[in-house]
Design a binder for this molecule. Structure first.
Ligand SMILES: [Cu+2]
Length: 393
């Protein structure tokens, strides 16, 4: 879940500055990302401070590439939403005067392109109508078919683990034992973070499960994992947690049922891997997400696991089309996983949290945080190339 409140940014301002600077410089270095061959030419999107101009708003069903130019003064992000604000695709962290491509499969229907200068709010929206037949069906490529099957089974087993560990978390809360409840929290969280981009594609379910207090409004109460986290870790009480846990368990069950209906595609996988690392940069490296329990590194590891699984499943295809990208990603993933491993919860380490395989975010020094930010930034660009490599002709 991405927070929408600028207040959150203020909490972790020094770190975010480092990230944005690092992010911009690496993205600026990406000149002319490989473009997927589509039947139609790329569609220009100009994302301004108060405008979101889409060059063509009436499209034929199929695969489309949006070339997003940030004409705003702030870092921006652009989303394509289907009905009910279901996320079809997104590019985040687009620096001023930077161009980034967003590739999406669009079946017939009504969509909205949303530009979000400053990466907050609901965005400036432009309606897009897609008509005609269905989107191109899955490739007959055997490697890609195997990759999709492998990823689907990963997501399904993670979802089942999420259902099981969330109900164990709920049972610990029902037992009235605060320590047992706190200890069950990290175990459930990691499974959610591994499948986060899939969960986020179901518009309103992700906020119900993973929203932050900053996203709560008059009509939208603070619920889900983090509302319980606040009770257990900050208010140090179990009172009120049981009703929240019952709802959370129900919503996680709904998510599991919806995930069974998803048609996984290589494009969705590649975009999802990139989005997982964007999540790490935005809310995990900054210590924003788990502000009461401080288990941010658990979420961090979950996002990295999820992205790595996408890469591993697609590796044979990437190897055939761009072997250099495999070399780069192998190096980047092992550097990132090794660095994360230096913060594992070894006996006697400072900042141990019961139930967490990693030390507390509070035990990290500013240099530790910076080193993590640098590794996340270094893997972000090559990871962003997976989509175009696996879908390219
Ligand atoms: Cu999250």
């Amino acid at each position: 879940m991405r927070t929408r409140s600028p207040r959150v940014v203020a909490v972790a301002a020094p770190v975010i500055v480092v990230l944005l600077l690092a992010g911009c410089s690496s993205q600026d270095a990406v000149t002319g990302p490989a473009r997927v061959s589509t039947a139609d030419a790329p569609i220009a999107v100009k994302a301004g401070d108060t405008t979101c101009d889409v060059a063509t708003t009436s499209l034929a069903a199929g695969r489309h590439t949006f070339d997003v130019t940030n004409t705003a003064a702030l870092v921006t992000e652009v989303y394509v939403y289907a009905a009910g604000d279901r996320i079809v695709g997104e590019v985040e962290n687009v620096g001023p005067a930077t161009i980034r491509s967003l590739i999406v499969d669009l079946p017939a229907g009504e969509y909205q392109v949303a530009c979000k200068p400053g990466m907050v709010g609901n965005g400036i929206r432009t309606a897009v109508i897609v008509t005609g037949g269905t989107a191109p069906t899955l490739t007959r490529d055997q490697n890609l078919k195997a990759a999709v099957d492998s990823y689907r089974s990963y997501v399904e087993s993670e979802t089942q683990a999420l259902v099981d560990t969330t109900s164990a978390f709920g049972a610990a809360i029902s037992s009235g034992n605060l320590d047992a409840a706190k200890q069950a929290y990290p175990t459930a969280r990691i499974h959610y973070e591994r499948i986060e981009p899939i969960a986020e594609s179901f518009g309103e379910l992700d906020p119900l499960i993973d929203m932050r207090i900053d996203d709560a409004t008059e009509g939208t109460p603070f619920v889900g994992f983090h509302a319980i986290e606040q009770l257990l870790f900050e208010k140090k009480t179990i009172t009120g947690a049981q009703a929240l846990a019952t709802n959370l368990t129900a919503n996680v069950g709904k998510l599991a049922a919806l995930i069974k209906t998803v048609d996984f595609t290589p494009l969705m996988m590649g975009n999802g891997a990139k989005s997982l690392l964007d999540e790490v940069a935005k809310s995990k490296v900054t210590g924003e997400e788990e502000r009461y329990s401080r288990i941010d590194l658990v979420d961090f590891a979950g996002n990295v696991d999820g992205a790595k699984h996408v890469y591993t499943a697609l590796r044979p295809t990437i190897q055939a089309k761009d072997p250099q990208l495999v070399t780069t990603l192998e190096q980047r993933f092992s550097a990132l996983v090794d660095l994360l491993g230096t913060h594992a919860a070894k006996p006697g380490a400072a900042g141990l949290i019961p139930g967490s395989p990693f030390v507390s975010y509070d035990a990290l020094t500013p240099d530790d945080v910076k080193a993590l930010a640098v590794e996340v930034d270094a893997i972000s660009e090559p990871l962003g190339r997976i989509s175009s490599v696996v879908t390219g002709g």
